[in-house]
Design a protein around this ligand. Structure first.
Ligand code: ADP
Length: 325
C-alpha cells in the first residue's frame, strides 16, 4: 500500500507551506510486504504475490521489491488500477491512528476469475514455504479463498509448508463469525502459526494465553508461536510449551510492523535451519530494530540482519541455503 505519515519530529517544515497541517512523508508498506522485505534481507530467496495497477505508484512498488532482491514475476498488473492507500495520524500523546482507503485495492482480486490463477498456482507450487496473512484472506473474495484453501491442501500433501499470521482486523470482515470460520479453515492448513495474543483476544475473547494455545493446537498446528508485545513469546511444539524472554527495548519509537518484523526474523532463521526457539530470538531481534525506527521499513544501510546469530554452522548447510518462501 501507499503510506502517508506525518514527518518525523525534528524535521524542519518548508516555511513557504502554511497549511496548518503536518507535512506528510510518502512511502510503501503493508503487513506481508514488510515481512517479505525482512525475510529477503536474511538471505532467503523470496517471491512476493499480489496484484498491482499500472500507475506510477505500482511501478515504484515493483522497483522497490526488485531492489530488495524479491522476485516479482508472479505479480499481475491490472490496467487502470492503483494500489490501496493508508494514512497515519499522531494524537498529542503520540498514539497513532490509521485510516485506510483499500476498497479499490487490486489485491482484492487475488485468485479471482479473469486473473492469471493457473499461473499463480504453478508459481506457488515451486515454493518450499508459503507465508499468508489474515489481512490478505480478509480482503479476498469468497470463491478465491476457497480456491486458495484447496490449493494449500494439495500443496501440503506434496510436502509444502504453510506459515500463517491471523492478523485480525475486525473492520475488514463482514462479521466476527465469518472471520472465526475462515481463520480456522486456514489454521487447519497451517504448519507454522505466528499469532498475536491481542488478536486472539479480539477474535475469540480469550482471557489467558493458554486458552489461545490450547484452541489452536486442536487445529493440528505443529509449530505454534504466540507473540505478546514485551511479554515473553510462547512456543508450543511437539507437546512442549516454552516461554522465550523478549529483551527490553529502551527506545520504543513506533511499534507499527513489530509483528511483521518478528515473523520475518523467525522465518528467515527457521527456513535456514535454526530451531524454533532460536528463531524466536531472531524474531525478537528483528522486531526490536523495527520498533526503534519510525516507519515499518528500515533503510537497508541502517538494518542489521538478525537471523545470523541464530544459525548454527549446521543450519546454514548448502542444502537449506536456497529455501524459497
Ligand atoms: P503485533 O505487532 O502483531 O501486535 P506484538 O505487539 O505482540 O505484535 O509484538 C511482536 C513482537 O515485537 C514481540 O514479540 C516482541 O519481539 C516485539 N515487541 C513488541 N513490543 C515490544 C516492546 N514494547 N518491547 C520490546 N519488544 C517488543
Amino acid at each position: 500500500m501507499v503510506e502517508l505519515a506525518p514527518q518525523a519530529a525534528g524535521h524542519t517544515p518548508d516555511p513557504s507551506v502554511r497549511t496548518g497541517k503536518p507535512l506528510l512523508r510518502q512511502s510503501f508498506a503493508g503487513d506481508t510486504f514488510n515481512t517479505a522485505v525482512y525475510i529477503a534481507r536474511s538471505g532467503v530467496e523470496v517471491s512476493y504475490l499480489t496484484l498491482l495497477g499500472d500507475d506510477p505508484y505500482s511501478e515504484e512498488i515493483l522497483t522497490l521489491l526488485h531492489s530488495e532482491r524479491i522476485d516479482v514475476s508472479a505479480i499481475e498488473q491490472l490496467p487502470g488500477r492503483c494500489p490501496g492507500l493508508y494514512m497515519i495520524q499522531n494524537s498529542a500523546d503520540g498514539e497513532r491512528y490509521f485510516t485506510y482507503w483499500r476498497g479499490e485495492s487490486p489485491a482484492r482480486a487475488l485468485l479471482t476469475p479473469g486473473t492469471q490463477c493457473q499461473l499463480v498456482k504453478s508459481h506457488l507450487q515451486k515454493m518450499d514455504c508459503i507465508y499468508l496473512s489474515g489481512i490478505s484472506i480478509a480482503i479476498m473474495q469468497r470463491d478465491a479463498r476457497a480456491a486458495l484453501l484447496e490449493f494449500l491442501r494439495e500443496y501440503r500433501q506434496a510436502g509444502g509448508r504453510v506459515a500463517f499470521d491471523s492478523n485480525y482486523r475486525p473492520r475488514l470482515w463482514e462479521s466476527p463469525d465469518t472471520a472465526r470460520r475462515v481463520v480456522l479453515d486456514f489454521l487447519q492448513q497451517t504448519d507454522i502459526a505466528l499469532l498475536t495474543f491481542e488478536d486472539e483476544q479480539a477474535l475469540w475473547g480469550d482471557k489467558r494465553p493458554l486458552q489461545s494455545l490450547k484452541r489452536n493446537s486442536r487445529a493440528g498446528i505443529s509449530e505454534l508461536v504466540l507473540k505478546r508485545g514485551a511479554e515473553p513469546v510462547l512456543l508450543q511444539q511437539g507437546g512442549a510449551l516454552t516461554a522465550v524472554e523478549v529483551p527490553p527495548v529502551s527506545n520504543v519509537v513506533d511499534t507499527t510492523g513489530a509483528g511483521d518484523a518478528f515473523n520475518a526474523g523467525y522465518l528467515g532463521a527457521r527456513l535456514q535451519g535454526a530451531s524454533a526457539h532460536d528463531s524466536i530470538a531472531a524474531g525478537n531481534r528483528c522486531a526490536a530494530q523495527v520498533i526503534g525506527y519510525r516507519g515499518a521499513i528500515i533503510p537497508r544501510d541502517q538494518y542489521n540482519d538478525c537471523t545470523r546469530e541464530s544459525l548454527s554452522p549446521v543450519g546454514i548447510a548448502a542444502d537449506t541455503a536456497d529455501t524459497r518462501v
